[in-house]
Design a protein around this ligand. Structure first.
Ligand code: AMP
Length: 283
């Protein structure tokens, strides 16, 4: 099936109108492109659930707090379109920055409370940029369902909360993290890793696994669990930005582990920042 590539909002709305009228379920998969098997899982799930799948490919400038990071973000639209076609997506929505932001924004979405910690602490304004672009995409596409990866657990929690608070008529579907056989979570940023960094990278998942094992074996003290994970990450070449144990919905610290918790972190390997997380349950 060939995918239609659309860059204008009005053309996208015109294209979707007959699908909506025919009663087709519309599914949206928002991405920043450089698509890999992680995105593939989201698209696959959307194709199974929906009559018409829109994959948006947009490197959203307002969620980058570092301009260098924005400039260096991998872009590969032709390959992305081919990828979407193979997965059965009907439409690739790839707007230019000027289409999404024709004038300076005076309105934005702030999801307070969920965004100050974890990634939000180190990337000021990031989640405002994410929530704002996602709300715009939901308004533009008006899908029944929208798909997000659990790999970005804080993002998923922020979107769920925004949709609930603002009564956006969409079902948010979370999709499990896709990993390499050695545990490294797939990410568009992995292609920036040198061979040596790539070899080191799976230690991140091993650290999260160490936390999971401690929790499963009965440890209730979050500080002790955190220490166990940090010990695994104490290696030359790795800089830990944060590692935290939080409540998976509110993203607030869980000093004592009494129920499901999210163990989430960000590390730097050279100039590449990776994030990952695991949901852990007390044994
Ligand atoms: P991105 O293009 O990085 O903004 O990601 C677009 C969507 O794909 C987000 O909802 C991510 O959470 C999701 N995603 C990225 N990597 C993975 C992965 N390894 N497994 C599952 N979902 C992912």
């Amino acid at each position: 099936m060939s995918a239609r590539v659309i860059s204008s909002i009005s053309e996208l709305r015109e294209t979707l109108a007959p699908c909506r009228q025919a009663g087709e379920v519309i599914g949206l998969v928002p991405t920043m492109g450089a698509l890999h098997e992680g995105h593939g899982r989201l698209i696959g799930q959307a194709v199974r659930d929906s009559g018409c799948v829109v994959v948006s490919v947009f490197v959203n400038p307002i969620q980058f707090n570092d301009q260098q990071d924005y400039r260096l973000y991998p872009r590969s639209l032709d390959a992305d379109v081919e990828f979407c076609e193979r997965r059965g997506a009907a439409i690739v929505f790839a707007p230019a920055v000027e289409e999404m932001y024709p004038r300076p924004l005076k309105s934005s979405v702030e999801v307070a409370g969920l965004t100050e910690r974890l990634c939000g602490e180190f990337r000021p304004g990031h989640f405002r940029g994410v929530a704002t672009v996602v709300l715009k995409l939901l308004q533009i596409v008006q899908p029944e369902r929208a798909y997000f990866g659990e790999k970005d657990a804080q993002q998923l929690a922020v979107i769920r909360r925004m949709v609930a608070d603002l009564n956006v008529p969409v079902t948010i579907v979370g999709v499990a993290t896709v990993r390499e056989p050695d545990g490294l979570a797939l990410s568009s940023r992995n292609r920036r890793l040198s061979a040596a960094e790539r070899e080191l990278a799976p230690v991140f998942f091993r650290a999260l696994e160490a936390a999971r094992k401690r929790i499963a074996s009965g440890e209730r003290d979050a500080a002790a669990v955190k220490q166990a994970a940090l010990a695994v990450l104490e290696q030359p070449g790795i800089r830990v930005e944060y590692l935290e144990i939080v409540d998976p919905d509110e993203m607030q610290p869980a000093p004592a582990i009494e129920g499901r918790v999210l163990v989430a972190g960000a590390i730097w390997l050279g100039s590449t920042r990776l994030i990952d997380n695991l949901i852990c349950e007390p044994g």
